[in-house]
Unconditional design. Structure first.
Length: 119
C-alpha cells in the first residue's frame, strides 16, 4: 500500500513538473511565465521530495529530514522569488501582453450608461 502511495506521488509530481515546464516554454508573456515554475513546478517537486522522504524513511527506519527541509525551503522561497521577479519587471516598466481591464472595472464603479435613475 505504501509503495502505491509513493508511486502516486512520483507520477503526480512528474505531471505537475511537466505542466509547469510546458507553461514556462509555451506562455508568451513574462508575467504569465512566472506561474509555470512558481505554481505547478513547485507542487511537482514538492510531491517528488515527499515521495523520496517516505521511501528513504522506510528503508533507513528513521525519519529522512533532508527532503523535508528541502521541501520547506522550496515552498518558502518560490513565492518570494516570483514576487521579487514581478516587482523588478514592474519597476523596469516591462509591459504585459494581457488585455488590461477598463478603468471603471478596476475601480468597481458602474458605467454611466448602465446607471438607473430614480424617479
Amino acid at each position: 500500500m505504501l509503495e502505491f502511495l509513493i508511486s502516486l506521488l512520483i507520477v503526480t509530481g512528474a505531471v505537475f513538473a511537466f505542466i509547469g515546464s510546458l507553461g514556462l516554454a509555451r506562455l508568451k508573456d513574462f508575467y504569465t511565465r512566472l506561474h509555470g515554475p512558481t505554481k505547478a513546478t513547485t507542487l511537482g517537486v514538492g510531491c517528488l521530495l515527499i515521495a523520496s522522504a517516505l521511501h528513504f524513511s522506510i528503508i533507513e527506519q528513521s525519519v529522512s529530514l533532508h527532503e523535508v527541509l528541502v521541501t520547506l525551503f522550496l515552498f518558502m522561497t518560490a513565492p518570494v522569488s516570483a514576487h521579487m521577479l514581478a516587482k523588478a519587471a514592474l519597476h523596469l516598466g516591462l509591459k504585459s501582453l494581457a488585455k488590461q481591464p477598463d478603468a471603471t472595472m478596476a475601480t468597481g464603479s458602474i458605467a454611466p450608461e448602465h446607471k438607473q435613475t430614480r424617479q
